[in-house]
Ligand binder design. Structure first.
Ligand SMILES: Cc1cc2nc3c(=O)[nH]c(=O)nc-3n(C[C@H](O)[C@H](O)[C@H](O)COP(=O)(O)O)c2cc1C
Length: 190
């Protein structure tokens, strides 16, 4: 099972990138999680350009198409998702009849230095998913609060409960992907 990871922080010592890397190493053996490394290369979205998409956008869309599932790991900025992430999502959803997210499944994780852990960004992301037609894993929620205290100097998560939730979230992502695939094949046959 191939999962494409999308991390909403460009910061060098990002806690969300640390969280993503922990998820990569905690993934079940049948799952490979790759990172889309080019989120910082996107130009600002401009609808005038969507009939001839920039190369980085075409690359992003190809990687999403090839993936069995997506994993969004994002900070919360001002109670929402970072502009960098929203910009990339907007590009990949266009043009109107070629929304690459249509029918995809996704996991969501967040880390924040605050006590809410990015929950409001997760809720905004779920709202965006509704229009994109992405089905998201509901539980367990993976929310890393007080992130500056949760990782060791190598970026390894210190919290065993959080590790357990990450594993379960990824297993549920795999089950969701399989269930949707089954439903889609039954619908196609009928
Ligand atoms: C522009 C901006 C807005 C922020 N807004 C929030 C917020 O609404 N809620 C929150 O919990 N943390 C907020 N933070 C703090 C982030 O949780 C913190 O910077 C975190 O380390 C960002 O994730 P990263 O380490 O992956 O870059 C904000 C940070 C920035 C730079």
């Amino acid at each position: 099972m191939k999962v494409l990871g999308i991390v909403g922080s460009l910061r060098k010592n990002s806690y969300n990138m640390m969280l993503f890397k922990n998820a990569q190493s905690l993934a079940p053996e049948y799952m490979k999680i790759e990172l889309f490394e080019r989120l910082g290369e996107f130009p600002l979205f401009n609808q005038d350009l969507e009939s001839d998409l920039p190369e980085v956008v075409r690359d992003f869309k190809r990687r999403i198409r090839e993936a069995d599932a997506l994993l969004f790991v994002t900070p919360e900025y001002n109670y929402s998702v970072p502009g960098v992430l929203k910009n990339a999502i907007d590009w990949a959803s266009r043009p109107y009849n070629d929304n690459v997210f249509d029918g995809k499944v996704a996991g969501i994780m967040s880390a924040s230095i605050g006590m809410i852990g990015g929950e409001r960004a997760q809720l905004h992301l779920r709202q965006i998913f509704t229009f994109l037609n992405i089905t998201a894993v509901n539980r367990p929620e993976v929310i890393i609060t007080f992130a500056s205290k949760r990782f060791d100097e190598k970026g390894v998560l210190l919290d065993d409960d959080a590790k357990k939730f990450i594993k379960e979230h990824l297993e549920n992502l795999a089950s969701l992907a399989k269930s949707l695939r089954k439903i889609n094949s039954v619908v196609e046959e009928s």
